[in-house]
Design a protein around this ligand. Structure first.
Ligand code: SF4
Length: 460
């Protein structure tokens, strides 16, 4: 039986390019255009960071956001400054490999991929895939939202966000392990998650991915309004997809013994504080800017910190946070304190360490409330509470800030008012179960505070 049955092919799908910003195609918002700057695996050197900071000040409104795919976006770009902004970013090596390669450079890996020498290193495969996506004219027709997760089984990884296609090693400690794979979802971590569709030898992983891309693009020619692999699955089903893959590759990929395989759950809040870099030779120091947003001064100061503590490197993460990588044992605590003094949060107990928000009414015409201001107010009200789960503030039900349900979601209903949802695997809403409707921020803080803590029902 098909594993992903029940999905409906949408009658219409929005124009695949207009709503999704890129470097060369900026999306219009209430506060000006948004320029998305895609980073290879979240990495930014300090020269690039200073250039982004300067460009955001000169050509935008000074707001720099970290996205949930570990990219950056510059907000408030004025029409007359768009080309100067693009030139400034290209000058520091932040462009794609080819003119038409920007939209499709969507490959996600762990921020610690390849750092632990005793584990699988997915970076060579991921770099090869990134190059193929950008240089193969056929792949450049994919939707800007089309994304691939190449998981290495690391202890620090974002495996909650659904991807069109994912790969994950069955045993990350075994260099000869096979990769499990799936489509339109996530690597299974829980008993009721969709199991993997099959597996391939590591040396065949690239061929598997390109075969799936080729099959999708062939199907897409006859279904031009569709844009994602989930639409193809809704049409043909997973059994048919796997059969087609096996025909093209001329070998079997189905593995019945994968029905019970589950990826080990990553460390909770591993993106915060001082973390081993994998083999213990140095440290990553992670921190969250308020609601994943920076201003030019903060980004310049982070570049100074990276020069001082982490060999001139900064790494963005899909938690919308920042890592200083390669920090020595001697300076790790100093680096952590320096990040806090810039206004970033490193303590996972604090609500602002994990809270995310869309732009809200300051930047989006669909927003029913000022989510960012309300989020900061909520975080201040919850400041003394312990073990508050992650909170997502959303200006409407579209959920732009998070592709997956978070433990608590506040969805705006009116200015200053929200419905509160608690994550649940079986709905009924995409956000989970409704806890309270149309409450104020003060009422939300009281409800969340009452139920948090180690024994509270909201403790996730
Ligand atoms: S979630 Fe809604 S309000 Fe927020 S940015 Fe997206 S469309 Fe706008």
């Amino acid at each position: 039986m098909d594993q992903l049955s029940g999905l409906a092919l949408p009658p219409t799908v929005e124009d695949r390019r207009s709503a999704c910003p890129g470097l060369f195609r900026m999306a219009k918002a209430l506060d000006g255009s948004i320029c998305r700057v895609k980073l290879t695996f979240g990495d930014l050197n300090t020269d690039q960071a200073r250039s982004v900071a300067d460009a955001a000040r000169r050509f935008g409104n000074g707001i720099i956001e970290i996205t949930n795919r570990a990219n950056l976006q510059i907000r408030g770009v004025r029409p007359e400054t768009e080309s100067s902004l693009i030139d400034a970013l290209l000058m520091v090596g932040l462009g794609p490999l080819t003119d038409r390669g920007d939209d499709v450079r969507n490959v996600m890996i762990s921020p610690i991929a390849g750092l632990n020498k005793s584990k699988i290193d997915v970076r060579p495969l991921s770099l090869r895939l990134l190059a193929a996506l950008q240089t193969n004219a056929t792949y450049q027709t994919l939707s800007p939202k089309f994304c691939v997760l190449v998981d290495g089984g690391e202890s620090l990884a974002m495996v909650e966000h659904p991807h069109d296609l994912w790969l994950s090693p069955i045993n990350p400690d075994d260099p000869s392990t096979r990769y499990a794979f799936g489509v339109a979802g996530v690597p299974p971590t829980k008993i009721d998650d969709q199991p993997a569709l099959g597996s391939v030898d590591a040396e065949k992983a690239f061929d598997l991915i390109t075969t799936l891309l080729d099959l999708f693009i062939d199907w897409n020619r006859h279904h031009p309004t569709a844009s994602r692999l989930r639409h193809m699955i809704a049409d043909i089903g997973t059994d048919s997809l796997v059969r087609r893959v096996e025909q093209r590759l001329d070998h079997r990929v189905r593995s019945e013994d994968l029905a019970d395989w589950r990826r080990t759950l990553p460390q909770r809040n591993g993106h915060l504080g001082i973390q081993p870099d994998g083999d213990g030779s140095s440290w990553l120091v992670g921190a969250m800017p308020p609601l994943g947003r920076l201003n030019p001064d903060m980004l310049r100061s982070l570049a100074d910190l990276a020069d001082r503590h982490s060999n001139g490197k900064l790494r963005m993460t899909p938690w919308q946070s920042i890592f200083l990588p390669e920090v020595s044992t001697e300076t790790a605590k100093r680096a952590r304190a320096d990040l806090e003094s810039l206004g970033l949060t490193v303590d996972p107990q604090q609500p602002l360490a994990t809270m995310i928000s869309c732009s809200g009414s300051a930047g989006c015409g669909s927003a029913l409330a000022a989510t960012r201001e309300d989020g900061l107010k909520l975080a201040a009200l919850l400041r003394e509470k312990t073990l508050v789960p992650q909170i997502h503030m959303s200006g409407c039900s579209k959920s732009c800030a998070s592709p997956s349900a978070k433990p608590i979601t506040l969805v705006a209903t009116d200015p200053g008012h929200y419905d509160i949802f608690l994550r649940a695997t079986n709905g009924p809403s995409r956000f989970g179960k409704l806890l309270a409707a149309n409450v104020t921020i003060e009422e939300a803080a009281a409800l969340i505070g009452e139920n948090s803590g180690s024994g509270g029902p909201l403790h996730a």
